[in-house]
Design a protein around this ligand. Sequence first.
Ligand code: HEC
Ligand code: HEC
Length: 232
Amino acid sequence: MKLFAPLLLAAALAAGSSASFAADEPAAAPAPVAAAAPAPAVVAAKPAKPAKPDLVKGEAAYTARACAACHNADGNSAIAANPKLAQQHPEYLLKQLQDFKSGKRKSAIMKPMASALSDDDMRNVAWFLASKKIKPGFAKDKATVALGEQIYRGGISDRRQIAACAGCHSPNGAGTPSQYPRLGGQSAEYTSAQLVQFRDGERLNSVPMHDIAAMLNDREIKAVADYIAGLR
Ligand code: HEC
Ligand code: HEC
């Protein structure tokens, strides 16, 4: 048995050296724990936000991933093709990021952006954006604003029986937290592009919106999207 002693010693030394290698991981681990500790204080400082998501980390991830290049630092995108994200319901934003990642919602631009985010990043970014104020917009086409209002508030009651948008998205376009997204103030270009995507099955993440958009013609889509831009 004595013969094995050097082997055991060697094994112990090897274990010792691999232990110090492994120690890199435990050494790194306390950092997130320590960072997590002040989080409740940060969240507590912001009024009426759920306790879990971390807005400071959300803003950091949003900045680090260059989201602001297209959606602006405060989520009020200046380019009409890029949606405004400010003041959107966070549950909705989180679902969209997951749907881009999974491909249920197709976008060559947003798929890689969303895929680079962890689940925690998505949550934090969503709640950070929801805490920002949306900049209101305006309807631009006088010729179609009456048609847009009629569709939004009353739906279309010919044989198509299209439900009023206001029934789900609320009369002022603010939506309903956790169920129906805010639409009011969104750029008309983005809103009409989404309605076309729902209609054509490019955006497969909502059965009700597919069924509604499938019954709208191009003129009606343009009209209601323009009306929605001015809702506040
Ligand atoms: C190169 C420009 C660009 C960058 C960078 C970008 N986005 Fe987008 N984003 C878009 C466009 C365009 C759309 C609309 C996609 C579509 O056609 O459905 C979009 C859509 C979204 C939506 C859906 C909004 C809604 O109302 O449904 C969310 C959420 C979003 N982006 C978040 C992010 C986040 C978070 C980042 C950073 C990780 C990011 N985006 C980076 C261009 C960009
Ligand atoms: C039965 C309820 C319901 C009705 C009625 C309804 N919507 Fe929606 N709408 C939804 C839901 C739910 C979503 C979110 C889908 C998802 O999770 O991606 C949505 C999403 C949308 C979006 C995407 C928002 C974004 O930021 O990308 C647009 C645009 C939209 N609706 C426009 C309309 C218009 C215009 C009408 C009326 C013609 C309408 N909706 C009627 C439930 C409804």
